[in-house]
Design a protein around this ligand. Structure first.
Ligand code: DAH
Length: 338
């Protein structure tokens, strides 16, 4: 009997040493110590021995059982540890692998410029209003002091929807719409699409403008100069020179166009500024008393200034783009540069 036990113990030890997984160890536990296991069978067999042999044999089987149990437990800990480190190894991050490139979109340069412009004016206390792109002749022309048959209507190549409805040629009608429904003091900017029958390197049939105006008691030309100079300095840089040049618009009197020092040649003279060193960036003026009268304001009490600028033009100057059409072709090689 004792020989049998020793043999079984040897066999069990070898099997336990060789086991490489928790599953194998568990199978061995069942095989030796389980209810129908081999050690259990030996214990059960004790009853068949002659009584005087039973104590020694019983002792031997119990010792073997304890030894197998101990070995099982220590192997279990080791195997568990091995399994864990294998898992950690197999999950190691290989930081030398090339990453998965994620495509990233961004805003169109014209949108970026529009947002920046609105930001500057927001900082100066202006808030935003918008108006319709399909506009009545009344708002696009009439109430802006372009009487019917006035030659100034020829300044803008209008797309007509009907005789009295147009695609707005500028954002100035938002001045009229806002003043009709709100009372001074007003400080408003209005971005949006405008349409003109025109197409070449610097004109597109659809483009974007930002309109701005301020109305209150005692608004003077010096306010216009201060606000627009501040805008140019914040947007293009604090040292950029600005000048106001007398001009004409039916809805402003006096009117001025604003030039800034050419950003391409820094005033030395180049193709972009036609050797003048200056670039026109916007139109402006004191709101014409006739326009104030159209919206029912008392022009004795209130005065205001207004301005309008083309956003594509500003974007082209900011980024040195020489053909407006590049902005609309949707060529990613171009757009990705912004
Ligand atoms: N609406 C003019 C245009 O499209 C731009 C403009 C000029 C707007 C003078 C104004 C202004 O508000 O005062 O050419």
């Amino acid at each position: 009997m004792e020989e049998k036990v020793l043999k079984l113990l040897e066999e069990a030890k070898m099997a336990l040493q060789a086991a490489k997984s928790l599953r194998e160890l568990d199978d061995l536990r069942v095989r030796y110590l389980g209810k129908k296991g081999e050690v259990t069978a030996l214990l059960k067999g004790l009853g068949n021995l002659p009584p005087e042999e039973r104590p020694a044999a019983g002792n031997a089987v119990n010792r073997a059982r304890k030894e197998i149990e101990g070995l099982l437990n220590s192997r279990k800990i080791l195997v568990q540890e091995e399994e864990r480190s294998l898992k950690v190894l197999s999950e190691t991050l290989d930081i030398s692998l090339p990453g998965v490139r994620r495509e990233r979109g961004h805003r169109h340069p014209v949108t970026q410029v529009m947002e920046e412009i609105l930001d500057v004016f927001a900082g100066l206390g202006f808030s935003v209003r918008v108006g319709p792109e399909v506009e009545k002749d009344y708002y696009n022309f009439e109430a802006l002091n372009f009487p019917k048959d006035h030659p100034a209507r020829d300044m803008q190549d209008t797309f007509f929807i009907r005789e009295d409805v147009v695609l707005r040629t500028h954002t100035s009608p938002v001045q009229v719409r806002t003043m009709e429904s709100e009372e001074p003091p007003l400080r408003i900017v209005s971005p949006g699409k405008v349409y003109r029958h025109d197409y070449d390197v610097s004109h597109s049939p659809m483009f974007h403008q930002v309109e701005g105006f301020m109305v209150d008691e005692g608004v003077a030309f010096s306010d216009l100069k201060g606000v627009l100079e501040e805008f140019v300095h914040q947007f293009f840089g604090p040292k950029v020179p600005v000048r106001f040049r007398a001009s004409f618009f039916p809805f402003t009197e006096p009117s001025a166009e604003v030039d800034m020092g050419c950003s391409m040649c820094l005033g030395k003279g180049c193709r972009v500024c036609k050797d003048s060193g200056w670039i026109e960036i916007l139109g402006s003026g004191m709101i014409h008393p006739e326009v104030l009268r159209y919206v029912g304001y008392n022009s004795e009490k209130f005065s205001g200034f207004a301005f309008g600028m083309g956003m594509e033009r500003i974007a082209m100057l900011r980024y040195g783009i020489d053909d407006i059409r590049l902005l609309y072709e949707g060529d990613m090689r171009f757009l990705e540069q912004f």
